[in-house]
Write a protein that binds this ligand. Structure first.
Ligand code: FAD
Ligand code: MLT
Ligand code: ZN
Length: 487
């Protein structure tokens, strides 16, 4: 028998009954339950308001033992469960497809230990990323990832999506910094992989399977993470490049001229900047950006302000002299640096403000970073989808070859969607890229996973899923193109 989705459209799981809710109450207490229809809405709706579920109960355990008991009960009763952290995911992974139980990690928010000598932080999965960074700041360390959702996303969600963000150039993807995990499997088994050593070559690195698994293999309850020393000298500049060819030249120059202190290279096209300016009041415009121009945000992080400033100054002199850059602003203090970063961080906020958006997060070879945006615009023209109906813009983590293509529309538009999918995914796969660079697969891309992963890889993924979650109760309808289950 298969679980969700069955060919007859039926849902292959048990809906939680009043008796089940009583069992959850006996485990987590009244304060750990949400059942009121109005209170359930934010848990059943994603950040972009694209996906919605109809869960009737959110369970908020406070300890690993409680997570284990909740899952053991759900496993025994074949009740499907959606793990949820800060619910900032952008692919529908944290939202039920039907009436699954939502297991929120928000109350697993304890800092367990900080080893100052080793720089290792151990904490509950529900700790908010920004709160962890605030804890580390006076201790001279920082979290090795930074993203626009930092005020809401949780470290367990970050681990489960292998979150990227704006520090990947410096510290690598999150999986490089995770030293250990505690995970509860679907049947309630607690898997203690919570090591804090940098090195551990004892066979299969099981924790890596849970990193980026989007809640399909287990519920992450604790995380041990390597935290780097906090840079004491940070400088930020936004530079204007008249076209994409010179953007590439600036990137090459920045890598050689700034070397080891280069910590972020972010790109925004003119429409991305203008959309943020128009829709997010309070942003400070650093410079005029004509149609077709690009803004490149460069950040350096080091330990000697004088040295780093001199390097940034020298880079700018060379870039202006070579006419790679024709305008720009260097932040004079941390408050100006925050203003420059705010523009970049508000691009996704702007895209989600008013109307409807189609969002793609792809890896592409760096020389072809911007081609997809042009290809989509051409396609809209060919299909007579005028700009006021569907406007495409590009931004993202140039340093990592990670383009974010967003298409904003006045409303949900099936014709625009048909123009975009599978076109975008086919284009990316043909270019040798990835259909998900950092946001994950979730509900959005599961039907397209086969474009990128061959049948052998998909079969192995299904076998892993069956080994960890034999009844398929964890996050059904996500990631895998089919839910492989043996009931
Ligand atoms: P959720 O959205 O709650 O969940 C995400 C997935 O992980 C779901 O599949 C869920 O089931 C699973 N999950 C959550 N917690 C657990 C757990 N403890 N155990 C098992 N499974 C779990 N992402 C980037 O990579 N880079 C960015 O730069 C970036 N910027 C963003 C900016 C904005 C404004 C927004 C809204 C989002 C951004 N994101 C970005 C996407 C999102 O913030 C990340 O994917 C983040 O890691 C999700 O964390 P979360 O706690 O909100 O997880
Ligand atoms: C970003 O880099 O801003 C994030 O990944 C979010 C997004 O693209 O919407
Ligand atoms: Zn991103």
């Amino acid at each position: 028998a298969r679980n969700l989705p069955r060919e007859d459209g039926a849902f292959g799981f048990t809906s939680a009954t009043a008796e089940d809710i009583d069992v959850f109450r006996s485990i987590v207490g009244e304060e750990g339950l949400v059942t009121d229809a109005e209170d359930l809405v934010p848990y059943n709706t994603d950040w972009m308001k694209k996906w919605s579920g109809s869960s009737r109960v959110v369970v908020l355990p406070k300890t690993t033992v409680q997570v284990s008991r909740v899952l053991a009960h759900c496993h025994a009763r074949a009740i499907a469960v959606v793990p949820q952290g800060g619910n900032t995911g952008l692919v529908g992974g944290s939202i039920p497809t039907r009436d699954e139980v939502i297991l929120s990690t928000s109350r697993l928010n304890e800092i367990v230990a900080f080893d100052a000598a080793g720089g290792v932080l151990t904490c509950g999965a529900g700790c908010v990323l920004e709160a962890l960074d605030a804890y580390l700041t006076p201790r001279g360390h920082c979290v090795p990832l930074d993203l626009g959702a930092k005020g809401t996303c949780q470290i367990g969600g970050n681990v489960s999506t292998n979150a990227g963000g704006v520090r990947v150039m410096r510290y690598g993807a999150l999986r490089a910094s995770v030293l250990g995990l505690e995970v509860v499997l679907a049947d309630g088994t607690v898997l203690d992989l919570l090591r804090t050593n940098r090195k551990d070559n004892t066979g299969y690195d099981l924790k890596q399977l849970f990193i980026g698994a989007e809640g399909t293999l287990g519920v992450v309850t604790k995380v041990a993470i390597a935290t780097p020393p906090r840079p004491t000298a940070v400088s930020v500049a936004i530079l204007k490049c008249p076209n994409f060819d010179v953007v590439l030249q600036l990137f090459a120059l920045a890598k050689t001229a700034l070397g080891e202190i280069l910590s972020a290279v972010e790109l925004m096209d003119s429409l991305a900047v203008e959309t943020a300016m128009a829709r997010c009041p309070g942003l400070k415009r650093p410079m005029e950006l004509e149609d077709g121009a690009f803004a490149v945000l460069l950040e350096t992080s080091g330990s000697c302000e004088e040295h780093d400033k001199a390097k940034m100054g020298a880079l700018l002199d060379r870039a202006f002299a070579a006419e790679i850059v024709d305008d720009g602003v260097i932040a004079q203090d941390m408050s100006q640096a925050a203003d420059l970063w705010a523009i970049r961080e508000h691009v996704p906020v702007a895209a989600a403000t008013g109307g409807y958006q189609y969002k793609y997060d792809v890896s592409v070879p760096i020389p072809r970073f911007y081609e997809l945006v042009r290809a989509v615009r051409r396609r809209f023209q060919e299909l007579s989808l005028a700009e006021d109906r569907a406007a495409a813009f590009g931004y993202g983590h140039l340093g990592d070859g990670n383009l974010h293509l967003n298409v904003v529309c006045a409303r949900k538009d099936d014709e625009v969607l048909r123009a975009l999918e599978p076109f975008v995914f086919d284009w990316v796969v043909a270019a040798g890229g990835s259909i998900s660079a950092e946001h994950g697969v979730g509900q959005h891309k599961r039907a397209f996973l086969g474009l990128q992963k061959g049948p052998e890889a998909l079969a192995l993924m299904a076998a892993i899923k069956r080994a960890f979650d034999p009844r398929g109760i964890l996050n059904p309808g996500k990631v895998l193109p089919d839910d492989p289950v043996s009931q």
